[in-house]
Design a protein around this ligand. Structure first.
Ligand code: ATP
Ligand code: MG
Length: 221
C-alpha cells in the first residue's frame, strides 16, 4: 500500500539568490519501506521531509499522501491528512516549553485521538525512551538527549503509518540511538514506513533503502 508519492517534485526558494534543494524528484513510499537519506549539510534533506509531509508546498510537481494530491485540497485538509498519516520527528525540537514530559505526550495524543486518551501509550513511550524519572520535568529541565527522545516519542505516539525522522539519533549515545532505531523498525514491521534523514553512516546503512542527496536528486546507494 502506498503512503506517499512524489512526482517530479522541485522546490525552489527564491529569496534573493535562487536555491533549488529538490530538483525533479520522484519517489514512492510504500508500507514496509525503511528509507534513509544522507547528504551534506544544506543539501535539502529537511526540505525533502517538509515537502513530503505537506508542511511545504512543492514549487513544481505533485505530492500525494495516501493517493490524495495535496495540490488540490485546502490547507486544513492537508493538516488533517498529515495528522492521520504522518508522525514527524523534527530536527529542531518542537516541544511545548510550558508542558511537562507527560503533558507534551498527552497533548499530542489528544490532538490525534480526541478525549479518550490511552494512558498506556504515554506510559509505554516514557518507559521505552528512559523518561520515567523525568515525566514531570519541563523540557528545559531535560538534557539535550532526553529532549531528543521526547521529540521521538511525540512523533511515534499517534501510530501514524508514515514516520518522517529528521536526524532522530542526534545527541544520543549508541544505546539510546539503537533504541530509537528499534522503535522505528517496529513501526515498519507493524505496517508502517519510515523515512530517516541522518548524518550517521552506521544507522543509514541499517535502512532497507539507503539514498544520498546530491544536487537536488536522490541517488540509491
Ligand atoms: N525558507 C528558506 N528560504 C530560503 N532558503 C532556504 C529556506 N530553507 C532552507 N533554505 C535553503 O535550502 C537549502 C536546503 O536546506 P535544508 O534545511 O533542507 O538542508 P539539510 O540538508 O536539511 O541540511 P542540514 O544537514 O544542515 O540539516 C539550504 O541551502 C538552505 O539555505
Ligand atoms: Mg536538515
Amino acid at each position: 500500500m502506498e503512503l506517499c508519492r512524489m512526482e517530479k517534485v522541485s522546490k525552489i526558494y527564491a529569496m534573493g539568490e535562487e536555491v533549488r534543494p529538490l530538483n525533479n524528484i520522484s519517489l514512492n513510499i510504500e508500507v514496509g519501506d525503511f528509507l534513509s537519506v544522507q547528504g551534506p549539510s544544506g543539501m535539502g534533506k529537511s526540505t525533502l521531509l517538509y515537502v513530503m509531509s505537506g508542511l511545504l508546498k512543492p514549487s513544481e510537481g505533485d505530492v500525494f499522501i495516501k493517493d490524495i494530491n495535496i495540490r488540490n485540497i485546502p490547507d486544513d485538509e492537508i493538516t488533517d491528512l498529515r495528522k492521520k498519516n504522518i508522525g514527524f520527528i523534527f530536527q529542531e525540537t518542537n516541544l511545548f516549553q510550558a508542558l511537562t514530559v507527560e503533558e507534551n505526550l498527552r497533548f499530542v495524543l489528544a490532538v490525534g485521538q480526541g478525549k479518550n486518551i490511552d494512558q498506556s501509550k504515554i506510559d509505554y513511550y516514557i518507559q521505552e525512551l528512559g523518561l520515567a524519572q523525568r515525566r514531570n520535568f519541563l523540557p528545559n529541565q531535560l538534557s539535550v538527549g532526553q529532549r531528543r527522545r521526547l521529540v521521538a516519542a511525540r512523533a511515534l505516539i499517534n501510530d501514524a503509518p508514515l514516520i518522517l525522522a529528521d536526524e532522530p539519533t542526534n545527541d544520543l549515545d549508541d544505546g539510546w540511538a539503537g533504541r530509537v532505531m528499534e522503535l522505528l523498525t517496529d513501526k515498519v514491521q507493524e505496517g508502517g514506513a519510515v523515512v530517516m534523514v541522518t548524518h550517521n553512516s552506521y544507522w543509514a546503512e541499517k535502512a532497507g533503502k539507503h539514498y544520498t542527496m546530491q544536487e537536488g536528486s536522490l541517488v540509491l546507494c
